[in-house]
Design a protein around this ligand. Structure first.
Ligand SMILES: [Fe+2]
Length: 535
């Protein structure tokens, strides 16, 4: 037994955890049990600092529940107490006790863990409980209690045990959910998929005050800079019922891109008008991001720094190295934008990951003992010549602006004979499939890896199957195999023999209720980098 009172069951998959046959707990016994099994923050005494006045407040779970960062033995459980989410949250400036329960079943008759933690004003009354001692590869249900109220029930799943040999892993990845641009119908379909985990690759919120044309205008109505404003923006996004359902259905592994802070930011700036203001804004944005995501304590921001790159293993099947391509990048080459003839982008001293993250990633790849090495990250890794006809033009915000970083990564693949690297990308609001080539400009150059880029959930509105950008890039870049500019997500099925990506798209998002269909499916075969279209 571990300190949570749960059996530490880390061997083998799908083992049944021993548990007391507890009936549905009434509030009194729930709190009594919580007091006995204090865990959340390692507290060992009662709560002398707790106030009870919050009990008279309204329902605090307006933002739903979430779980994330699954390990073989546990997950993070998240909620935020916000009876008045769009008006500063609505909690008094006090610490409030929050109870939590984890059960094998939705009726909570098979409890495997429970405890109490406190939510306080410092982190916007957000709650991050790191539950451990769970069985690997297993489904659980969880809920919270506070202010005399019970939260919605969330469902989550732990990762398979280290060394386990899963037959398959099912996941989806998504990105870019501009609230004012469309409904989150994609999530209504995503929750129906048989997934183990969801990856979100950035642009969870947008920072400007756009009002759009469908009655989902941003709150606050202006561009956000302060912590209070970022909180309101997250609360608005998080109040969407489809998004809440998607968080409640699966554990999520998240990484931010630029709009969680500011469009096309990188490092500590410049090019910003006032760098000091930008850094204060970055700190506010990171704190609000932490407060609203199911992240572990390791990701609690310290001023302008936040630990976001991290790895997850799913038995011997896959390692996911989640990247942070914003925080440590050197400044944009040639002042950002799309450029022809910018030699600065080739400077070998440029980095998109920073030295530490690069070392971490390259070590993980070199020492990987899983079949697949997957890089969930933000921006297009493949070369993308954007100029029609003669000559070339590249986007400085992408890996094309950091060519030396890309080359160093590709060198690691070659040196270590790594065949099964698959990159998952957000940012572009389009679906793409790209072969990653040692030399993109040489048709005979070997393919070293595969990149699947997923479209947006709602950003850029309805979209269309193709457009002039897609036609141009497909023509100019033979390693780009597919383009689509509609909304949706990418469903993936991973087995020892094959990585399969199904591009799930919706015909519209500016009104609700759109159906979903698979626009195209690609596979990567074990040992053979590069994508093959199968439908
Ligand atoms: Fe975006």
């Amino acid at each position: 037994m571990n300190k949570t009172g749960m059996k530490d069951n880390t061997e083998g998959e799908e083992q049944q955890v021993e548990q007391p046959q507890t009936n549905r707990l009434d509030r009194r016994s729930f709190l009594r049990k919580s007091a006995i099994t204090l865990t959340g923050l390692g507290l060992t005494s009662a709560f002398p600092f707790l106030h009870t006045s919050a009990k008279s407040l309204n329902y605090p779970f307006t933002l739903g529940v979430a779980s994330g960062d699954p390990l073989p033995g546990g997950v993070v459980l998240w909620t935020r107490l916000a009876p008045n989410p769009l008006i500063g949250g609505g909690m008094p400036p006090e610490q409030v006790e929050v109870g939590w329960e984890v059960s094998r079943n939705r009726s909570f008759s098979q409890l495997v863990g429970s405890g109490s933690t406190v939510a306080g004003p410092k982190y916007g009354h957000s709650v991050h409980v790191e539950v451990d001692g769970l069985a690997p590869g297993s489904w659980y249900y969880y809920r919270f209690r506070a202010n005399g109220e019970t939260s919605p029930i969330g469902r989550t799943k732990t990762a398979p045990a280290y060394g386990a040999k899963p037959d398959e892993l099912n996941f989806a990845f998504a990105s870019c959910q501009h609230y004012a641009s469309g409904y989150y119908t994609a999530y209504d379909h995503l929750v129906e998929e048989g997934l183990d985990v969801v990856f979100f690759l950035g642009d969870y919120i947008y920072e400007k005050g756009g009002q759009g044309e469908i009655g989902r205008g941003h709150l606050p109505i202006h561009e956000i800079y302060s912590l209070e404003d970022y909180r309101i923006r997250y609360a608005q996004y998080r109040s969407d019922p489809s998004l809440q359902a998607a968080h409640a259905a699966f554990p999520w592994i998240v990484t931010p891109d630029d709009h969680e802070v500011k469009n096309n930011w990188g490092g500590e700036g410049p090019p910003y008008d006032n760098n000091e203001d930008f850094l204060a804004r970055r700190a506010n944005a990171f704190q609000a991001y932490y407060e609203h995501m199911p992240l572990r304590k390791a990701s609690i921001p310290e001023n302008i720094d936040m630990q976001l790159y991290r790895d997850f293993t799913f038995g011997d099947l896959a390692t996911f190295n989640v990247l942070d391509t914003r925080q440590f990048r050197t400044d944009f080459a040639c002042d950002d934008g799309v450029h022809s003839g910018c030699s600065e982008r080739l400077d070998p001293s440029r980095t998109i990951l920073g030295d530490e993250q690069e070392t971490w990633l390259f070590n993980n790849l070199a020492n990987s003992d899983t079949r697949w090495n997957i890089l969930p990250q933000q921006i297009m890794m493949a070369q993308g010549d954007r100029k029609a006809g003669e000559g070339t033009a590249y986007s400085m915000d992408k890996w094309d602006g950091y060519v030396a970083s890309r080359n160093r990564l590709f060198e690691v693949l070659k040196t270590n004979d790594i065949k099964n690297m698959v990159v998952l990308t957000g940012d572009s609001h389009k679906n793409w499939v790209n072969n990653l080539k040692e030399d993109f400009s040489n048709p005979d150059s070997p393919v070293l890896g595969t990149e699947f880029m997923g479209t947006s959930i709602s950003s850029s509105g309805d979209g269309q199957d193709t457009n002039s950008l897609g036609k141009r890039l497909l023509r100019e870049n033979p390693h780009i195999k597919f383009f689509n500019a509609q909304r949706g997500y990418v469903r993936c099925r991973l087995t020892p023999e094959e990585f399969r990506a199904d591009f799930r798209i919706l015909p519209y998002v500016t009104s609700s209720g759109a159906p979903v269909k698979t626009r195209a499916s690609f596979i990567v075969k074990n040992g053979t980098p590069g994508a093959l279209q199968v439908s």
